[in-house]
Design a protein around this ligand. Structure first.
Ligand SMILES: [Zn+2]
Length: 151
């Protein structure tokens, strides 16, 4: 297949992850910020979880945060395309929201609550021949990895 006709993978959830450019591993997590109380949430929302205000504006969230908690998952959800066991991390962003995603490029021994992590995108194929999606994950911020372009 000529490279020009290759379909770029789509965001796994366009309401939560915007891909920045074609064929790159760059993307931005999306959220909503309340104009009344100022809190931010990850993903789309129609009203503020804190004050019930409907005055929300979309915001770009930070590509880096800290590991708030994590779980080592040995029994994955049905259809899980990745390796098992895997690490499910809850990451706190500077804006406040917590974002759940797999933590990659880390050994279980190196996992530490409070460690800095960065957004890492991975291309994941759904099923044997299904479409490819870009999925957001977390990776340790201290380790530089290939494909970690400008953020
Ligand atoms: Zn609010």
């Amino acid at each position: 297949m000529p490279e020009s006709s290759r379909n770029s993978p789509k965001s796994v959830d366009p309401g939560r992850l915007r891909l920045d450019g074609d064929q790159t591993l760059a993307g931005t997590l999306l959220g909503m910020r309340c104009l009344d109380c100022g809190i931010s949430v990850f993903g789309q929302a129609v009203f503020c979880q804190a004050c019930s205000s409907a005055r929300l504006e979309p915001v770009d969230l930070s590509p880096a945060g800290t590991l708030f908690s994590y779980t080592i998952v040995r029994v994955p959800p049905e259809g899980w395309p990745g390796p098992v066991p895997y690490v499910l991390g809850e990451v706190e962003l500077p804006e406040g929201p917590h974002v759940l995603a797999e933590v990659i490029e880390v050994t279980h021994e190196a996992l530490k609550v409070g460690m800095p992590v960065r957004l890492a995108l991975q291309e994941v194929q759904s099923g044997e021949s299904g479409p490819a999606f870009m999925v957001y994950k977390w990776a340790p911020a201290t380790k530089s990895a290939p494909g970690n372009g400008e953020v």
